[in-house]
Design a protein around this ligand. Sequence first.
Ligand code: MRU
Length: 332
Amino acid sequence: MKATIDGKVTDIKAVWFDDGKVWMIDQRELPARIVIVWFDDYLEIAEAIRNMTTRGAPSIGATAAYAMCMAALKGCDLVKAAADIKAARPTANDLFYAVDYMTAELSAGRDPVEASDAYAQMMVDKCTKIGEYGAELIEDGMKLMTHCNAGALATVDMGTALAPMRVAQKQGKKFFVYASETRPRLQGMQLTAWELNQEGIDHAIIPDGASAYYMSKGVDMIITGADRITANGDFANKIGTFDKAIVAKHMGIPFYVAAPISTFDFSMESGEEIVIEQRSEEEVTMVGDIRIAPVGSKALNPAFDVTPAELVTGFITEVGILRPDEISKVRQ
Ligand code: MRU
């Protein structure tokens, strides 16, 4: 992805390995500042996933792969490391997929840095394919909508939901994107809008509650990412996705989910089995150090919701665009 650092447009990834350390953009600081942090301890890397220094399913996966790499380089107990890293966040399938991938590669004797770098690059390659397939759906003059951040920040580079937009922009297509702000952590406003700005893609931030209003005024297609997709095509994504899918169905607007196969979990038959992360009340009640909710009111903060397959038009994957009833094809 492009980022302007010290006045210079630079190519940067969300997470990478260099000089014995794992480096990442601290996504909590965007868009105000681009802060790069590094870690050389796998538990600190797991904590960076938990506290959302880095976030978004494929980036969480790549970061987990680098955490396993670091554990191997330091001679740690890899069974314990795998369990510690998997405990960081419960919902994104990529976290578990990446740790299992690294466990298999390391037990086959593969070099830890080579294996984790290959994992991160594999995600970028998959997202590039997602971008190519998804761009075919975007036509000149379209109005698109997305939620949360399923961009390069969330996927090492390129993005899932934003990859088709990146490719369509390069193809010279003119389109407009509504990015919903994504309460309470504001990934839509702070991260998606930042990426769309860097790419020069025409967009506006809207309050989450304005999605139905703008859909009623004319949205041609919605594209979101996913954290976990089950065998029947139900999927978990950022809280608020389900609302959009219901309204889209009501209004006849196509609703696409862009995700690599690493996000599919065929061990779960339906979305009812997905563990939904519950985050702190403070994310809802506080702005910085200031409490904006009445003292005495409690808050609930589910990070994700589950959208049933019947509301999905198609899944944009690295192997093509699949209807929900076609996803068993990618089970292998
Ligand atoms: O809590 P987050 O910011 O990790 O949630 C991210 C999302 O919900 C994304 O839409 C999803 O992970 C797909 S990322 C390509």
